[in-house]
Design a protein around this ligand. Structure first.
Ligand SMILES: *[C@@H]1O[C@H](CO)[C@@H](O)[C@H](O)[C@H]1NC(C)=O
Ligand SMILES: *[C@@H]1O[C@H](CO)[C@@H](O)[C@H](O)[C@H]1NC(C)=O
Ligand SMILES: *[C@@H]1O[C@H](CO)[C@@H](O)[C@H](O)[C@H]1NC(C)=O
Length: 254
């Protein structure tokens, strides 16, 4: 595995839900806060905040070349308009604080994702920067677990690339009377079906590196999101049969 990655020391309890899962400020795109690009970013963010909750997804741009900025905001397909709205509001505010001097910035939450850039990224698969969260606990029977996980992933990946599903696939598999596996995948809606399939394949292809036999895992890319857990996490929410959430660790991968 000749990949460069950095293991962040922090361990997270899954209870801190309102905090972002991560962000990326591209330090090759430094700008000053008084620049025209910066003004265009502010205008763009106001539009993303007001329009995204209507359909859960917006791409837009603001300004003229060479200061034009492109933006994308998307909520997870299963969250309510209300949750979408508050997530995008938080995202717009937080990303501007965290990446106040960068023209290319991205921020991830469980309920939404937001990015903008001076480069037109719309419609392009981007897996150059990834954030991985995994449950530190291992499953007890990796062989059968991986088989069930693979089958569930195959099913929801093919769901996600059907046009009517707008990039979203979700499902569950009963592993035993008391244990259910839940999984969700989602592409950003600017991607073609084939590009969505490619992003999800890269994400799932990284399972052996970052999620191997873990009780839960999340892969966050700029073009797609993949998650599985042994407890219900997507809407409509199943009642939890007492499975604990466990401790989660985070890896940032360039
Ligand atoms: C951009 O700014 C950061 C500090 O905010 C600095 O560390 C970095 O080297 C700068 N990047 C370039 C390409 O100048
Ligand atoms: C999970 O398995 C890995 C390797 O298979 C091992 O290094 C790690 O300590 C295990 N974690 C726990 C919490 O048992
Ligand atoms: C929860 O446990 C009950 C048995 O106690 C079972 O009938 C039910 O299917 C389980 N639900 C899930 C989602 O696993």
């Amino acid at each position: 595995m000749n990949l460069l990655y950095m293991l962040l020391v922090s361990l997270f309890l899954s209870s801190c839900r309102a905090d972002p899962l991560g962000n990326f400020c591209n330090e090759n795109t430094n700008i000053s806060s008084s620049s025209q690009i910066s003004l265009n970013i502010d205008r763009l963010l106001a539009e993303l905040v007001s329009k995204t909750p209507l359909t859960g997804y917006v791409v837009s741009s603001s300004g003229k070349d060479p200061d034009k900025v492109y933006g994308l905001a998307q909520c997870r397909g299963d969250v309510s308009n209300k949750d979408c709205s508050s997530c995008i509001q938080d995202a717009a505010k937080e990303v501007r604080q965290r990446c106040s001097n960068q023209a290319d910035a991205r921020i991830w939450y469980d309920y939404c994702f937001l990015r903008y850039s001076n480069d037109n990224f719309v419609g392009k698969v981007d897996t150059s920067f990834g954030i991985f969260y995994y449950n530190v606990e291992n499953v007890t029977d990796p062989q059968s677990f991986n088989k069930e996980l693979g089958a569930l992933m195959d099913g929801i990946r093919s769901e996600a690339v059907m046009p009517k599903n707008e990039g979203l696939g979700k499902g569950k598999t009963k592993l035993s009377q008391f244990l259910t596996l839940y999984a969700l995948v989602q592409c950003t809606r600017d991607l073609s079906q084939i590009d969505c399939a490619q992003c999800l394949a890269i994400a799932v292809g990284n399972f052996p590196n970052f999620c191997d036999s873990k009780k839960g895992c999340r892969v966050l890319y700029s073009s797609c999101y993949v998650r599985y857990e042994l407890y219900p996490f997507f809407f409509p929410l199943d009642s939890n049969n007492g499975t604990s959430f466990g401790k989660t660790a985070k890896i940032v991968h360039h």
